[in-house]
Design a protein around this ligand. Sequence first.
Ligand code: G6P
Length: 597
Amino acid sequence: MDKGPLRVLTVPTTPYSDQRPGSNGLRRKVHVFQSRRNYLHNFIQCIFSSIDLRDRQGSALVVGGDGRFFSQMAIEVIVQMAAANGVSDSTTASLLTLHPGASRSTRTGRHSPVTSPQVGRLIVGHRGFMSTPACSCVIRKFKAIGGIILSAGHSPAGPDGDFGIKFNTANGGPANEAVADKIYQISRSIEEFAICPGLRLDLTTLGKQTFDLENKFKPFTVEIVDAVESYANLMRNIFDFAALKELLSGENRITVKLDAMHGVVGPYVKRILCEELGCPANSAVNCVPSDDFGGQRPDPNLMDAADLLDNMRDGEHDFGAAFDGDGDRNMILGKHGLFVTPSDSVAVIADNIFCIPYFQHSGVRGFARSMPTSAALDRVAKATQIELYETPTGWKFFGNLMDAGRLSLCGEESFGTSGDHIREKDGLWAALAWLSILATRRQSVEDILKYHWLKYGRNYFTRYDYENIDIDAACEMMEDLEIMIADKSFVKRRFAVEDKIYRVEKADNFEYTDPVDSSITRNQGLRIVFSDGSRIIYRLSGSESSGGATVRIYLESYEKEYVFQETQVVLAPLATIALKISQLHHRTGRTGPSVIT
Ligand code: G6P
């Protein structure tokens, strides 16, 4: 479709001081994007300006998201800005940049043609939709320089909900700290952005659309792609679809319940599980994406996915899974709603990794987990003599290891699990991984989990979240705790709760040295490790958008023999210690956590 020639404008703007990307991009309340002048435009310009000029030349950039409220408006702006920032013929383009400090900055003034960051082609998901794992897949497939994902993951959506912008780089994974910092630095001094306001894209028609711009450079091209098909194709190459089809629709089939929580992954579940692998249509629920996720928080945990849990309780279904708004998180349930903690889930997949054909071919190079994730995976790594990496929270830390060929499978307690087929966590992949184990072992989820605990012992794990805490109180608590645990006398200190006695063996503020590039990431959570391997970890959430702080307390205890106890009972003494030494309730006036996972 030909449009144009379209005007390209340079618009003056003023910087915001709060555009530092968090654990995973920039997350804010929708009204922040709506009410603050150019808040969206500024951040998008900073992303474009952060990309090295040479890398931009003739490259593709991917755009998509989970379809949440404000997405359509944001996609329109991003496309208009990509066009204005894009000159696809490098022979005629004089490449300029928009932010001060970079080479050859421009002061072309309002209404001047901008010949700046070059985006050769935009690849946009059909109707603007693309799950986060599919976006990673598409970036890699098209060898794009990166992708802009419009999502706030598992956070609520709608006019009063959250909106978010994530930037993934050429490996398909979240931008690393250095890139995030570069974006932030630019955001502090941005003075103008470029936009092509008359450009209108038809998001509903697959294929290429080209637009002529008034600057007479090569037309700007947008390609609307079927990300569901690209992703499905990747899955076909990873799993044994014939075996999965037999499991899900053969003579001795199992029954499953999959909850897409009104998120973007619904069509992927329908296409792969129902249309291709033969699950009955009613095994997949909430599969039509809605811009407010049906008014629910699209977070696959026991509280927010309580409907699935209820559904599973009657024992009709053998396997259940739920996914979050952008499809990167997962929760796995067995019959009667048996909950598989994400920490156990990645350990079980590791122990059964060769049930997945992809790993039979690629081999297994390493395992990794984020620091607060339980050490269940470490036990599998030790037994199989496979390297184990402990990284800070945030998927971006796995990418370097994968790119260096040192990591094959990883997981986080925050309901993220994935392999090195992409550089994001992948909810549907995790469900297919579990189904592959069920297809191979022909055992129930419960039997597989119990067998695992009997073989390795059990790492009991729970997380207490205190949401929307006063930031000053939360920071003060963390500072006081850090001072307390840094004192030499803290190590060897004993804590007694009823008949349990814990002796501190190690206490620190976790810091990580990346084994690939030696970069150091500090301040990643306060750890208290006891002599029996039990741990208490305190961490402030990095994905909070409310303006308050979320304090997370992670509790873990290892039992070699007593593996069938109640998690909360086993961990109650540790919880008592954690609350006592932090004085969290006293400091905040709270009487208990907002959520216990
Ligand atoms: C995002 C990231 C995850 C990370 C999580 C931590 O979802 O994608 O990799 O584990 O944030 O969130 P938190 O709120 O604990 O910082």
